[in-house]
Structures are given as structure tokens and as C-alpha cells.
Design a protein around this ligand. Structure first.
Ligand code: FAD
Length: 490
């Protein structure tokens, strides 16, 4: 778990009342669109299974018109709506918190690619398309959609847009926001905002689509997305590098930005514990190099056609090793070896999950301050909680650190949760001192709402409240997510 929060576990509301309301939804929308009863449960637990709740019903539209009808029906019954993509979000944004008053709207049946234009390097895809499936289809056309994250086999494009997802390629291609050309959104009154233009330059006033990117379903339901595509890189060089200190890794990053012609596509920092954790999750994973350096980086350079990426990587590494910046390293000789190196980065997440409930964070600080932040935050947590283990890793090229804290084995749930809560408080205090963000990538959802609200400037709160009141005056879109907005009924 990322945090500790109070959340309804299951529904204690009279089931008959819920069933009656669900029946009215079936009347309004037809049985094909509405799931009720026990079918609802699997949409009402979070990715890690830390929270299980309920909902009046789950709506599964097949088209934008269906979504518009669904929104109107939900509003007419005085209910509210929790949009859901792949339900891989880690902050409870897609998990309802009012089982008797909320309806989940799943985009899972809206998966079509409406247009793929190789000449224009763009596509229009429905919000329910699974990210990896969309990327595969785009690759078949010789093109590339660069968003890449561990959940890509399950998360859906509409969820990526609504959380402004990041991932491993952000340092080269930007967050989801930078890949979106246009959006189609069903608004809380059932009207359809058609902003699906694929124009790259369009300065006709305020860019309204930006409001919905990262809104976590609080302003409308994203039904389709126009995205930028790129040429498919046909060469990728991957290296795992060992360092004497995290500072050296950051120095290497700066140098790689300058020396590698902006072709660096990933730069992931890992601690030595990553190897142990990955092998706990994937037992036969062969060790690629010694595991006793204080810091490791998984670095990737990619390019296509006329660029010799392998040559670039080897010349770059020769220079930095001669200078003593990197003390050890292994360069993948094949795609299979590159895949094995990435398994350490991916497996370490699973390894942490296997160790039980723990604090997961997703914070960011200015790049130059990453080493100081990690050192100070880990020292503060060790001082407060000497029996816990810190695991710091992440997309360090973006200043994005996952500083996770694992309580020792054998604790009760309450004991583990108490340590998680304390670790979070200590960590956030250090983060505030660095001017950092409590959410670099994952959003606010319901989980980070108290910490978000506690740090919100009054003027920003006022602006957010005004935007919400203007677009969703009845407060039907994902209430309880991001903010408790005063002035908006619902
Ligand atoms: C193993 C793992 C690795 C991850 N790695 C990363 C990472 O590297 N970078 C990163 O940024 N995130 C990461 N995540 C978090 C998560 O995958 C992303 O936030 C992802 O973008 C969520 O997409 P989803 O379809 O699962 O959305 P959901 O979890 O279903 O929803 C997320 C939020 O968006 C809203 N929403 C969903 N669809 C719509 C829609 N169509 N219209 C309006 N609102 C909508 C929901 O209400 C909710 O508030 C990771 C998660 C896991 C489990």
C-alpha cells in the first residue's frame, strides 16, 4: 500500500435499496450495459487488493453515445460516477468510496483504433484500448507510441491521459500530456466535447483539452484520444552500470544528455537491494554483475536508420569509465539480454509486494537535489523507524524517486500500517524542505488527498473549485477524488 487511509470496506448499506437503484439503471440503459450484483466486485478493489469496496452498478458502454446516455442516467438518479480504465492506478482514483451512491463506468469495451495515419504520424484511439495492445498495433505500421510503464499490459489510454502517466521514456518524449494532440470527452451534463483534432499547432485560445489531462475523471469521461506517433526506433542499446555514489549517477546523466545527441530514452536508478528483491520475485534471474556497488543505473539509448546506437553507447561508456565516473558495467549483447536487465527493474517491484504491506511513494525533487534528498530522507526514516528498510529507485533522469519503506516481517497489519503512516509523515516533511512534489506521476486519487489538500495554496484551491463548479456543478464526476471541493454540491 502507498499509504493508510480510511476507506469503506464492502457495503453496509441495505442491499435491497442498491438493487432497486441498479434496476432503474438497467431500465434506462439496457441489460447489456449494466453489471449488477456479484459482477460488480472485481471493479471495486484496487490494484494491490489493499482496498475492497462496492458500487451500485458497473456501466460498460460500447460507444461515446452510450457514455453520454450513461452520464445522464446516473445524474438523473442522483448518483455519481467513477470512471475506470485498467484500474492500475495506485492512488485509489478509480476505486469507489460510496458503495450506495457511486457507479463505476468502465471503458473496457471501447477499444477501437479509429484512425492510424502513418503519413501524419498520428492516431485516434478509444479510451479503453490497453496501452500495450495499442503500441503493438502502432508498431505493425512501423511507428512508435513512446509511453512505457510497468502496467502497460493492463492500463488503458483513457486512464493514462486522466493520470498524465509518465514511465521510463519521459526524459526523451515527455509525459502523456506531451503526446496528446486532441481529446473527445463526455461532460457531466452528457454533452460531448469534440476536441479530437490532430493539429500539432493550434493556438485558437485556451487549450481546453489540458483541463482533462491529469483530472483523474473529476471533470468528464475521456472517450477517445488523438495522439502523436514517432518513427519506430530500430536500434536500442541497453547498459547496466555500477557507481560508487548516487551523485556519480546524476553526473553521468548530465553528461549523457550532452554526449548522446538526445538519443537517451531511459535512465533508471536502482539500489543494490534491487537484485535481491527481483530474485525473490523471479528466482532464476541470473545476476548480471556484482551487487555491491552503492548505486546502479539502467540506461538505454535508441535510434533508427542512419544512427549507429551501439557505437554511440560504447564510445560514451569508454569515456566515462576512463574518467572513473562509472566503475562497472554490462552492455546487453542481444534483445534477450536487454530484456533480462529490465527484469531486474521490473522484478524489484514485485519483490517489494511479496514482502507485504509497505509505503510506496512517487515523489519528485529538482534533479540536482536527488542525491541529497535520498540521503536525508533515508536517514530521517532510519532514525524514526530503525527496523524498516528503505528502497529508493526510479526514473531519476526526471528527478522522480520512488522512496519506498518496507516494515520488517512478522508485524500485524495494524503495526505495519502505523510504521507506514509514520514513514510517510517523516518523508513528506523532508520532501517539503526540498520543494518537491508528493505526486510525480501517479496523481492524487483518494489516497493522497489529505496530503495534497494540506499543501494547496489558497489561490490554486479557488481556481480548482471554480473550474469544477463550472464544468460539473452537480458534482457527479468522481467525487472524493483529488479534492473535497467546497462550493460544489454533490
Ligand atoms: C506495476 C505498475 C507500474 C506502474 N508504473 C507507472 C509509471 O511508471 N508511471 C506512471 O505514471 N504510472 C505508473 N503506474 C500507475 C498506473 O499504471 C498509471 O497511473 C496508469 O496511467 C493508470 O491507467 P488505468 O487505465 O489503469 O487507469 P485507472 O486506474 O483505471 O484510473 C486512474 C484514474 O483515471 C480516471 N480515469 C480512468 N479512465 C478514465 C477515462 N476514460 N476518463 C476519465 N477518467 C478516467 C479514474 O477515475 C482514476 O481517477 C504503475 C502502476 C502499476 C500497477
Amino acid at each position: 500500500m502507498t499509504d493508510v487511509m480510511e476507506h469503506p470496506q464492502g457495503t453496509d448499506q441495505p442491499e435491497a435499496a442498491c438493487a432497486a437503484v441498479a434496476a432503474r439503471l438497467v431500465d434506462a440503459l439496457g441489460a447489456d450495459m449494466v453489471l449488477t450484483g456479484t459482477d460488480v466486485a472485481r471493479y471495486c478493489r484496487d490494484w494491490h487488493g489493499d482496498v475492497e469496496t462496492g458500487a451500485v452498478a458497473v456501466l460498460r458502454p460500447r460507444s461515446t453515445q452510450d457514455v453520454a446516455q450513461a452520464v445522464k442516467a446516473v445524474a438523473a438518479l442522483g448518483l455519481s460516477l467513477v470512471p475506470q480504465g485498467g484500474n492500475t492506478g495506485l492512488v485509489l482514483g478509480a476505486t469507489p468510496d460510496d458503495p450506495a451512491g457511486q457507479v463505476v463506468l468502465s471503458l473496457e469495451r471501447m477499444t477501437a483504433i479509429r484512425r492510424l495515419d502513418a503519413d501524419d504520424f498520428s492516431a485516434v484511439v478509444e479510451a479503453g484500448a490497453v496501452l500495450s495492445e495499442f503500441k503493438d498495433k502502432v508498431a505493425e505500421a512501423g511507428l512508435f507510441f513512446p509511453l512505457a510503464l510497468g502496467a502497460q499490459g493492463s492500463c488503458r489510454i483513457g486512464g493514462n491521459v486522466s493520470t498524465n502517466a509518465g514511465g521510463i521514456n519521459v526524459l526523451r518524449y515527455g509525459m502523456t500530456r506531451e503526446l496528446v494532440l486532441g481529446l473527445e470527452v463526455v461532460l457531466p451534463d452528457g454533452s460531448i466535447f469534440d476536441g479530437l483534432s490532430a493539429l500539432r499547432k493550434d493556438n485558437r485560445g485556451i487549450d481546453l483539452k489540458q483541463l482533462f489531462i491529469g483530472a483523474e475523471g473529476t471533470l468528464g469521461v475521456v472517450t477517445a484520444v488523438a495522439v502523436k506517433l514517432l518513427p519506430q526506433p530500430d536500434q536500442v542499446a541497453t547498459a547496466l552500470l555500477g557507481f560508487n555514489a548516487l551523485e556519480d549517477a546524476i553526473r553521468l546523466y548530465r553528461r549523457a544528455r550532452r554526449d548522446c545527441c538526445d538519443l537517451m530514452s531511459a535512465f533508471e536508478f536502482m539500489p543494490p537491494l534491487a537484485f535481491t528483491l527481483a530474485q525473490e520475485a523471479i528466482p532464476d534471474l541470473p545476476m548480471p554483475m556484482a551487487a555491491d556497488y552503492p548505486a546502479y543505473v539502467l540506461m538505454e539509448i535508441s535510434g533508427s536508420r542512419l544512427v549507429d546506437v551501439d557505437d554511440l553507447m560504447s564510445r560514451f561508456l569508454e569515456g566515462v569509465m576512463a574518467d572513473g565516473l562509472v566503475v562497472d558495467g554490462v552492455v546487453a549483447a542481444s534483445q534477450a539480454q536487454a530484456r533480462t536487465l529490465w527484469l531486474f527493474r521490473e522484478g524489484m517491484n514485485e519483490g517489494q509486494a511479496k514482502r507485504g504491506r509497505h509505503l510506496r511513494t512517487d515523489v519528485s525533487v529538482p534533479l540536482s537535489r536527488v542525491p541529497d534528498f535520498v540521503r536525508e530522507a533515508e536517514a530521517a526514516i532510519h532514525a524514526a523507524l530503525p527496523d524498516c528498510t528503505c528502497v529508493s529507485y526510479g526514473h531519476v533522469g526526471d528527478g522522480n524517486v520512488h522512496l519506498n519503506v518496507l516494515p520488517p516481517a512478522g508485524l500485524t497489519r495494524q503495526e505495519a500500517d502505523a510504521r507506514i503512516y509514520q514513514a510517510k509523515t517523516v518523508l513528506n516533511a523532508v520532501l517539503d524542505g526540498f520543494g518537491g512534489s508528493i505526486s510525480a506521476e501517479h496523481g492524487i486519487g483518494r489516497l493522497k488527498k489529505p496530503d495534497f489538500e494540506a499543501r494547496l495554496q489558497p489561490v490554486k484551491r479557488q481556481l480548482l473549485t471554480s473550474i469544477k463548479a463550472a464544468i460539473d456543478p452537480q458534482g457527479i464526476m468522481n467525487p472524493g477524488c483529488q479534492l473535497n471541493l467546497s462550493g460544489v454540491s454533490g
